[in-house]
Write a protein that binds this ligand. Structure first.
Ligand code: 5GP
Ligand code: ZN
Length: 112
């Protein structure tokens, strides 16, 4: 568990979050500051600081399976966007790997 990591605290049940899905390796919960009508974060239960530090590539099977489950539950009939910010330049603020799933509004391209 990462010290002072807000997502580890959610995984451990020490902080509250609105969980929408869970599998053996991942937890999916609503973003506290949603940037779209539906905004969910999919995180590994293990503390991994960023996408650069995934040592076991099979983790992605669990993460992408979780994405599919969350889409089926919250947004089955609309498009969605997945975002992974890596590092300060990309705007990563929480140093625990997370995939943003955003849905429910039209989205521009390129992203800001
Ligand atoms: P990043 O900028 O690192 O890609 O995204 C971090 C995301 O985590 C932000 O969208 C932010 O709103 C969300 N977030 C930060 N702290 C918490 C928290 O304690 N609970 C939840 N549910 N979301 C959080
Ligand atoms: Zn963590």
């Amino acid at each position: 568990m990462g010290r002072d990591c807000p997502f580890c605290a959610i995984v451990a049940g020490e902080s509250k979050a609105e969980v929408v899905y869970e599998n053996d390796r991942c937890l999916a919960f609503r973003d506290i500051s949603p940037q779209a009508p539906r905004h969910v974060l999919i995180v590994p239960k293990e503390h991994i600081p960023s996408i650069d530090q995934v040592e076991d590539p099979t983790l992605w099977i669990s993460i992408m399976a979780a994405v599919r489950e969350v889409v089926n539950r919250i947004s089955p009939d609309s498009g969605y966007r997945l975002v992974v910010n890596c590092g300060e330049d990309a705007g990563q603020t929480v140093p625990h790997l997370h995939v943003h799933l955003l849905s429910g509004r039209p989205m521009g391209w390129p992203p800001g």
